[in-house]
Design a binder for this molecule. Structure first.
Ligand SMILES: *Cc1c(COP(=O)(O)O)cnc(C)c1O
Length: 391
């Protein structure tokens, strides 16, 4: 048996004609724009869900290289992956955790979100057992009703934290439910509730831990919420969280998604295309097949609505999007096997954005980006090295 016949990881990357390209320099410029906008506040890049589809490890390493003081992820596993890749920057795990996970946080030097007294006690016990001091950020629920102790019950958590001998309360935070909306009244109410909770420290003349609350929406439109640190996710990747939140910070999309035509044919009038035979033309048309499907995160819900760019022009996706392929009607124009197809990005003076795909799929750009499957290789500019995580 000859193992040498197996393709190496790198040839597999170059073999697949579909790629996501991530421009690391664009990420740097976005980070710097956000930093300049929020002035004295720190910036915690949010890297959850494979860095919004951009590749957790490469983006994490890059954020460390450009000087981010703290990184934010949702899950313990994401933090561990970053540590295993050599990222040493402090990492806050924002999401809810199980008590049984606490020892792993401490082993990997990850900062825990303490969202209840019970969770705090788990951390205290694990830290005492390991003879160390654990860093935690306390989570206050000011109106999201997701995780965190309610603002009207927060005093108990803050008191309990002071008594824990093996815990350092490094930060305290909350999360907005509506900071990307046109009407900011509920966001402002949440911010007031958070300020009320923070009076605990003032009243006791205690130093206030690092306060943070602002997601991308609040970075864009709620300066009073920037506090000591902001937590931008989608904005860092160059995508705006909503139309309503405006564009007070200039950012550019860091991600493009391209493929190549793998088949060309003429489809006769009245001959339907794809599963379910939902689309047909009343005249002969030229149709190309693109090797991308919903199994890559190109949502089936976009069938009959999506467009792609071929040779700098827009063409409609026709028929149902399959798991691994979809068809494009180029009418009478010409295209050849191997021609570049742009799913997200620019070609000539045309551009397709993650927001466009979200509109076609009836969702938000967050869901588009985070669903680009790991089977699509990520290639990083400027150096162009493939992301071996997707192997
Ligand atoms: C996802 C998330 C963010 C970032 O949100 P964006 O809208 O992408 O900026 C910030 N904080 C918490 C707690 C989150 O879960």
């Amino acid at each position: 048996m000859q193992a040498s016949n197996h393709p190496t990881i790198s040839t597999r990357f170059t073999l697949r004609p579909t790629q996501v390209q991530v421009d690391l320099d664009a990420l740097t410029r976005n980070y710097q724009s956000i930093q300049a906008h929020v002035g004295g506040a720190g910036v915690m890049p949010i890297l959850k869900a494979n860095a919004y589809g951009h590749g957790l490890v490469r983006v994490g390493q890059h954020m460390q290289a450009i000087g981010a003081q703290m990184l934010g992820v949702a899950y313990l596993e994401e933090g561990i992956l970053l540590r295993e890749a050599g990222v040493t920057t402090p990492i806050l795990v924002l999401g809810g955790i199980l008590g049984s996970q606490t020892p792993l946080f401490l082993q990997h030097n990850l900062t825990v979100t303490a969202s209840s007294i019970e969770k705090l006690e788990f951390v205290e016990q694990a830290a005492a057992a390991q003879g160390i001091t654990a860093k935690v950020h306390l989570k206050i629920d000011t109106g999201m009703e997701r995780i965190g102790v309610h603002y009207y019950n927060a005093e108990g958590l803050l008191e309990a934290a002071l008594k824990c001998k093996h815990i350092e309360v490094e930060g305290i935070f909350s999360h907005f439910a509506n900071a990307d909306a046109a009407d900011l009244s509920s966001a402002k109410l949440q911010l007031e509730r958070f300020a009320e909770v923070l009076r605990f420290y003032e009243q006791r003349s205690l130093p206030v831990p690092m306060r943070h609350m602002a997601n991308s929406g609040a970075v864009l439109q709620l300066p009073e919420a920037w506090l000591d640190m902001v937590r931008p996710g989608i904005l860092l990747y160059g995508v705006y969280p909503s139309r309503e939140a405006g564009r007070s910070v200039a950012v550019e999309p860091a991600l493009t998604w391209n493929s190549r035509a793998v088949y060309f044919k003429v489809v006769q009038a009245g001959h339907p295309v794809s599963y379910g035979s939902t689309w047909q033309s009343d005249h002969p048309v030229r149709v190309i097949t693109v090797p991308v499907g919903y199994g890559d995160g190109y949502f089936r819900a976009m069938s009959g609505r999506a467009q792609v760019l071929v040779g700098g022009r827009r063409y409609p996706v026709v028929g149902a999007i399959c798991m691994d392929q979809f068809m494009v009607n180029i009418e009478n124009d010409s295209a050849y096997n191997g021609d570049s197809i742009t799913l997200i990005g620019g070609d000539g003076d045309q551009r397709i954005s993650a927001e466009d795909l979200a509109d076609w799929a009836g969702t938000i750009p967050y869901e588009i980006l985070t669903n680009i499957n790991t089977r699509v290789p990520r290639v990083y500019l400027p150096d162009g090295a493939p992301d071996t995580e997707t192997a």
